[in-house]
Design a protein around this ligand. Structure first.
Ligand code: AMP
Length: 123
């Protein structure tokens, strides 16, 4: 799948759409999700043009991968989440229910989050 430069996170990275910024460095930008599913729900996006986790993990340089995951950890620390814990996930592709085609990690926290997923039956 080719990268779509008109996706909403590309527009946020270019400053064309506002966001509630939490953290930023050379590798990544973190901002609050517009439709939070937990008391804390933040998205971290790499600054490079990657469609998904699959795209990022296969094409990004070692520096970009390391820098991005350090930014995820730094974002969680900025939010004060490590003491009580948090969850991060990356929806990927159709089965992963990825809606925005720019790789991103969700961080959830601020309350007990329950089990990781409701059991899903094979179809
Ligand atoms: P995903 O299903 O992993 O692609 O999730 C995309 C997420 O982006 C959803 O949780 C949306 O609420 C969030 N989202 C969409 N547009 C915006 C926006 N303009 N600012 C912040 N979050 C957004």
């Amino acid at each position: 799948m080719a990268y779509d430069r008109d996706n909403v996170f590309a527009k946020i990275l270019r400053g064309e759409i506002p966001c509630q910024r939490v953290y930023e460095d050379d590798h990544a930008l973190a901002f609050h999700d517009i439709n939070p599913l937990a008391p804390v729900h933040v998205l971290i996006v790499p600054k490079g043009e990657y469609v998904s986790m699959d795209d990022f993990s296969s094409r990004a340089s070692t520096d970009q991968v390391a820098g991005f995951f350090r930014a995820v950890g730094a974002t969680a620390r900025t939010l004060g989440l490590p003491a009580d814990g948090y969850r991060f996930l990356a929806n990927t592709g159709v089965h992963g229910h990825q809606e925005v085609p720019h790789f991103h990690v969700h961080i959830f926290g601020g309350a007990p989050l329950g089990r990781m997923l409701q059991k899903v039956q094979a179809r």
